[in-house]
Design a protein around this ligand. Structure first.
Ligand code: KG4
Ligand code: ZN
Length: 357
């Protein structure tokens, strides 16, 4: 039996401090040995959002014991670790620096390779943690900071097909929750409230619905919610607005995903058409089931990470580390933290006023 790589992953790009050890079995399927996540919800709650300096301080306070716990829970010894993979971007620079510096120091002390990981690539590869997934595939990445359709050609090779031109979808969920008076972090609560409401009560806008290919836009939707939320008087109206928002988002994603399918097929002729949905918003059960239905209609195979691996975690960072380790793609210890680090470096910047679609 050959020795399988043992990878330590570290994540600290925003408000989760996380560490994980993964390896793979004899069939080459990844095995998560430990996955420790410490969320900072209590630190940021009173401010209604993430405060970068407080987040960085909290990462510094916790990173030692989070990594120690990940090693202890894995049942493996520290000297068995073959490589250390840390998130190097994108994210808040003060937060990234904590996990990145820790990972570099750890790798250096163990005299093992260091791998600097793009957080978005972690999300992109997260379904590999529980299923076999071959390249190429179409990825819808929907998180708190990003909303994109990407043609994932191979490890590290991405072609962006569409992106949000303003807010990320997770941001729209969070802002809607805030306007409905739901405590931070409110995004995941929207689907809970939506179950009690009438999705047809409010007619909300769908920006760039009929133009702009599979690009997305959510700012106009947020403005409409702001206007309606001001006049809401009853709990039922709150549920109705949450339900209408959830329904509108599903309609936007349904239409734009269909367009992305056609774009993907123009660029690839795969034997099997695969659609992966990842990032925090991929935890939304109604979005998952609507996209699964669409895939059935369109003869695509749909793949999602397990719900608990949709949000930020270090197992997905270790997953990228595992693939890069096998290809001996290591980084030097002077690798910088990169607050902005698009997966497709060649894609045009599509944000702000005056964007031509
Ligand atoms: O991927 P993630 O954990 O962090 C980033 O990399 O941004 O995504 C966090 C985002 C937040 O905006 C959160 O509100 C959203 O994912 N989210 C959800 C749900 N769970 C998390 N949005 C809608 N429905 C959910 N169930
Ligand atoms: Zn993330």
């Amino acid at each position: 039996m050959s020795k399988k790589p043992l990878i330590l992953g570290i994540e600290s790009s925003c408000d989760e401090t996380a560490a994980s050890l993964i390896t793979e079995n004899e069939q080459g399927i990844p095995v998560v040995l430990s996955n420790i996540i410490s969320s900072q919800v209590d630190v940021h709650k009173e401010f209604g959002g993430v405060v970068p300096e407080l987040a960085a301080r909290s990462h510094m306070e916790k990173i030692d014991w989070i990594v120690q716990k990940a090693i202890d829970d894995s049942g493996r010894k520290i000297e068995e670790i073959d490589a250390v993979a840390s998130t190097a971007g994108p994210g808040l620079i003060v937060c990234l620096s904590v996990g990145l510096s820790f990972g570099k120091a750890f790798a250096s002390a163990l005299n093992k390779p260091f791998i600097a990981v793009n957080h978005l690539e972690g999300h992109a590869l997260s379904p590999k943690l529980n299923s076999k997934l071959n390249y190429p595939y179409l990825l819808l990445l929907i998180s708190g900071g990003h909303s994109q359709f990407l043609n994932v050609q191979s490890l590290g090779k991405y072609k962006r097909l569409g992106t949000t031109i303003d807010d990320a979808l997770g941001e729209a969920f969070d802002k809607t929750a805030k306007l409905l008076g739901i405590e931070f972090p409110g995004g995941p609560q929207i689907e809970v409230l939506a179950k009690k409401g009438d999705p047809n009560k409010y007619d909300l806008p769908k920006p760039i619905f009929n133009k702009g290919g599979c690009n997305l836009s959510f700012a106009g939707l947020k403005t409409a919610i702001l206007r309606i939320a001001k006049n809401i008087k009853t709990e039922q109206e709150k549920f109705d607005l949450a339900a209408s928002f959830q329904k509108t988002v599903e309609e936007i994603l349904y239409k734009k995903t269909k367009i992305a399918f056609r774009e993907f097929e123009k660029q690839n002729k795969p034997k099997e058409k695969i659609f992966v949905v990842a990032g925090g918003v991929a935890a939304n059960k109604n979005i998952r089931s609507m996209l699964k239905d669409l895939c059935n209609e369109e003869n695509y195979k749909s793949m999602f990470p397990p719900i608990e691996l949709c949000g930020d975690n270090a197992a997905m960072i270790a997953m990228v580390g595992l693939e890069r380790f096998k290809l001996k793609q290591f980084n030097d210890l002077d690798h910088p933290a990169k607050p902005r680090w698009p997966l497709d470096e060649n894609a045009a910047f599509l944000k702000g006023a005056g964007v031509q679609l």
